[in-house]
Design a protein around this ligand. Structure first.
Ligand SMILES: [Fe+2]
Length: 179
């Protein structure tokens, strides 16, 4: 790798590149899963989920590119093979099954939450261990996007439990602030 004079030691730079490559692998696996469910989903919510997952995989594609290019900006090389992504990802694949729409949403919520937990830890490591506030900031923005995507999917699951009366599940947790 070339020497960079950007105020990070070689160990710090390599540490950050390793974290970014692991996040890249997770994003790639989630992209594949999101696309597969966009294609496979059936049921009354077909159109909603088909379109939502198209929006999500477009956002993931943008973030995959930005993550790989950040690795290059730090003097490293991004992973770029299916074998490499599989080896370094924390996202589990479910080969050869056709889950219900609800099961698909549930799995994707869990995957986004896994990525959010990983990113939160990587943000801490970037700023405290590797002193790279730039990457910490970059990962923070990405974590917020996953929090939003997870919320959209979680809301779908919560809607499955809506009572015919319109009462929300767990409505006792609603804010009690008076108007
Ligand atoms: Fe499509």
């Amino acid at each position: 790798m070339p020497k960079l004079n950007i105020g990070l030691s070689e160990d710090e730079r390599h540490g950050v590149i390793d974290l970014l490559n692991r996040d890249l692998a997770d994003l790639y696996l989630l992209l594949i899963k999101t696309k597969k469910y966009h294609w496979d989903v059936i049921g009354p919510q077909f159109r909603t989920l088909h379109q939502l997952w198209e929006e999500h995989y477009e956002a993931l594609t943008t973030n995959i590119d930005a993550t790989a290019e950040r690795v290059r900006a730090l003097g490293g090389y991004p992973l770029g093979t299916a074998a490499g992504f599989l080896q370094h990802s924390s996202i589990k694949e479910h080969a050869n099954d056709l889950p219900s729409a609800t099961e698909m949403v549930d799995r994707l919520v869990q995957d986004h939450e896994q990525i959010i937990r990983n990113l939160r830890e990587h943000i801490d490591q970037c700023s405290e261990k590797y002193h790279d506030e730039g990457t910490a900031d970059f990962l923070t923005g990405m974590m917020e996007e996953h929090e939003e995507m997870a919320w959209m999917l979680r809301s779908f699951l919560e809607g499955e439990d809506l009572q015919p009366s319109g009462d929300r599940p767990g409505s006792e947790t609603q804010p009690t602030v008076k108007a």
